[in-house]
Design a protein around this ligand. Structure first.
Ligand code: PHE
Length: 509
C-alpha cells in the first residue's frame, strides 16, 4: 500500500505488530514483539511479510548457533576428559605404566578406556606399546582448546557461536564430533520500521477489530454491513503441520500394489522360510550354483529340513537337472540330491513364491504379483541390505511373448512415474530369453537395474506340467523407493530419521 492509503486498510495483526514496534522504538526481534503485542509467532510472521511488501518494515534475518553441553559432555566437564584422567595417572606413575594399571587407577569404564587410549594417541600425549600393553608419556599434556571450551560451557551453560574465538569454534567442531556438545541452529528475525512505517505509526493507528467468520447473527442483524471482514491471503505461508502418516516406504509399497491391481493382477504371498527346492531347484538352478552358498544365502540352523512336494514333481525336477528329461536340454549333468533340495532357507527371491503358485495353478490365465521381503547374506552398505523387499510378477497365458512382457513392464513403471526405462539382454538360469529393465538416473549419470525378467525355460515349466508360456520378472523395491524419494543410501530408508519422514510428502503420486 502507498502512504496515501488509510491506516484502516491495514489488517488487525499488522496494526498490532506496528504498534508493538513503535513501543520498541522501531526495532525488535520477533520474540520481543510476541511479548509486547500478545500475537502468536505465526501471526507476527504473516503480518511481517505483508508489512514488508508494503515497505512499512524491513525484515532482517540472522542465523544463530547456540552451543550447549551434552549429558556426556557435562560429565566430562566435571571429571575431566577420559584421556586427561588417564594421562594424569600416567604422569603420577612416573610416565610409564601398564594399560591395565593406568585404566584402573583412573577409574575408567571399559568403553571409556578405549576412547581415552585413542585420544592419548591422537593428541600425541602418550605411546602405547600394543604387544606389551604398556603406556609411556611422550610430551607434556597441555590443556587443549577442547578442554577450555568444556569448562567455559560448564560455567556459563551455553554460548552463541559467533561470540567464540576462532580456536574455540574449531574446538566446537571437535567436541561435536565426540558428541560432547550440542549445536543448535536457529534463525533470528528482527523487524524494523522504515521511514514510511514511522510516519504511519506517528499519525496514529487505531485498532479496528476484524471479523474472520460471518455468523448467522451478523447476517440477521445486518451487522455485516459495518463489520470489517478479514481478508485471507491463501498464498501466505502457514505454520508447518506434521500429521501422523504412513511411512514413505509403505507408501511406495502401496503405490506398487495399486499399479499391479489397476493392471488386473492379483496379490499372492508365501512363506519367508522356503525349501531350497522352491527357491532354487524348481527354478533349474544347479545344486552347485554359487548363489546357493552360505555367503549369499541364509540357511536355517533349526529345523534344517523341510518337505518336498509330490514325488512325481520332484522326480521330474531331478531328471531335468540330471539329463534334461523331455525338455530337449542336456540338463546340468550331475547327480541331483533330494537332501540338498530339502534344506530350509530364508527365501533369496520371491520367485520362489510365484513358481510354487504356478505349480498349483496350471490353468491359464494366471496373473499374480507379490511385494514382499527377501533375505540375502550381504554385508550392509549404502547399496546393500540383508533384508529387503522384492516386487515380483508372473503372467501365464496362451501365446504370450517377450513383447507382452516388455509392454507390461513399461506400463507398470510408467504408473510409478518412470518414463525412461530400457530393456537390456541379461541372464538368469530359469529364463530364456532373459532381460533386465534399467532406468537412467541423471544425478548418477548411470543406468540402474530395476528388475530381472524373462520367459520361464522349458526346464522350469515341464516338470511342473505348465503348458503355456510364462512371463516372469522380479526386482528390488528399495531401488525404486530410492529413485522416487531421492535417497542415495539404501540404509537411510530404515533409519527413520524423523525430519525426513516429516518432510516426505503425504501423497507420493
Ligand atoms: N529372481 C530374480 C532376482 O532376484 C529376478 C527375476 C525374476 C528374473 C523372474 C527373471 C524372472 O534378481
Amino acid at each position: 500500500m502507498t502512504e496515501g492509503n488509510s491506516v484502516a486498510e491495514l489488517r488487525e495483526n499488522a496494526q498490532k505488530t506496528l504498534l508493538a514496534l513503535k513501543k520498541l522504538n522501531g526495532k525488535g526481534l520477533v520474540d520481543r514483539i510476541l511479548k509486547v503485542s500478545g500475537l502468536a509467532h505465526a501471526a507476527i510472521m504473516r503480518a511481517a511479510l505483508s508489512l514488508q511488501e508494503e515497505k512499512l518494515i524491513r525484515l532482517h534475518e540472522e542465523k544463530q548457533t547456540t552451543i550447549t553441553l551434552s549429558e556426556e559432555g557435562r560429565r566430562y566437564a566435571q571429571k575431566g576428559l577420559p584421556e586427561r584422567r588417564l594421562i594424569q595417572w600416567l604422569v603420577k606413575l612416573e610416565g610409564e605404566a601398564s594399560v591395565e594399571n593406568a585404566v584402573k587407577k583412573a577409574r575408567l569404564e571399559k568403553n571409556t578406556a578405549t576412547i581415552a587410549l585413542g585420544w592419548l594417541h591422537r593428541k600425541g600425549w602418550a605411546k602405547l606399546d600394543k604387544k606389551k600393553r604398556m603406556l609411556r608419556t611422550l610430551k607434556e599434556p597441555m590443556i587443549g582448546n577442547d578442554e577450555k571450551l568444556l569448562s567455559l560451557l560448564y560455567e556459563k551453560g551455553s554460548f552463541v557461536g559467533e561470540d567464540l574465538s576462532k580456536e574455540l569454534q574449531k574446538a566446537v567442531q571437535a567436541l561435536k564430533r565426540r558428541r560432547l556438545v550440542e549445536v543448535d541452529e536457529k534463525t533470528l528475525r528482527e523487524l524494523e520500521l522504515t521511514d514510511a512505517g514511522w510516519r504511519l505509526v506517528k499519525r496514529g493507528i487505531e485498532i479496528v477489530e476484524e471479523v474472520s467468520q460471518v455468523t448467522p447473527e451478523l447476517i440477521i442483524t445486518g451487522g455485516w454491513r459495518k463489520a470489517r471482514l478479514r481478508k485471507f491471503d491463501v498464498t501466505a505461508p502457514g505454520p508447518s503441520v506434521y500429521p501422523g502418516k504412513v511411512h514413505p516406504l509403505q507408501q511406495i509399497i502401496q503405490m506398487v500394489r495399486e499399479a499391479f491391481l489397476e493392471m488386473g493382477f492379483t496379490e499372492i504371498r508365501g512363506p519367508i522360510v522356503q525349501t531350497a527346492f522352491w527357491n532354487f531347484d524348481a527354478l533349474f538352478q544347479p545344486q552347485d550354483h554359487p548363489a546357493r552358498e552360505m555367503m549369499d544365502t541364509f540357511y536355517l540352523a533349526q529345523p534344517k529340513k523341510g518337505g518336498l512336494p509330490r514325488n512325481d514333481v520332484v522326480d521330474k525336477v531331478a531328471k531335468t537337472h540330471e539329463t534334461g528329461w523331455v525338455t530337449g536340454s542336456r540338463g546340468w549333468e550331475y547327480l541331483w540330491s533330494p537332501e540338498e533340495a530339502q534344506r530350509l532357507i530364508l527365501r533369496t527371491h520371491t520367485t520362489a513364491v510365484t513358481v510354487h503358485y504356478l505349480a498349483e495353478h496350471k490353468e491359464p490365465p494366471v496373473k499374480v504379483f507379490s511385494v514382499d521381503r527377501i533375505y540375502r547374506n550381504e554385508k550392509v552398505d549404502y547399496k546393500h541390505l540383508a533384508e529387503l523387499h522384492q516386487i515380483e510378477g508372473i503372467v501365464m497365458d496362451k501365446g504370450v511373448t517377450l513383447r507382452d512382457l516388455i509392454g507390461t513392464l513399461k506400463e507398470f513403471y510408467l504408473k510409478l512415474g518412470l518414463k525412461k526405462v530400457q530393456f537390456w539382454p541379461s541372464y538368469f538360469p530359469y529364463t530364456e530369453p532373459s532381460a533386465q529393465a534399467v532406468f537412467y538416473i541423471p544425478k548418477l549419470k548411470a543406468w540402474v537395474e530395476l528388475c530381472g525378467m524373462g520367459l520361464f525355460r522349458p526346464e522350469v515349466l515341464a516338470p511342473l506340467g505348465i503348458e503355456h508360456p510364462v512371463l516372469a520378472w522380479g526386482g528390488g523395491l528399495e531401488r525404486l523407493a530410492m529413485i522416487r524419494l531421492g535417497v542415495d543410501d539404501i540404509r537411510f530408508l530404515y533409519k527413520n530419521d524423523l525430519g525426513w519422514i516429516r518432510r516426505t510428502p503425504l501423497c507420493q503420486r
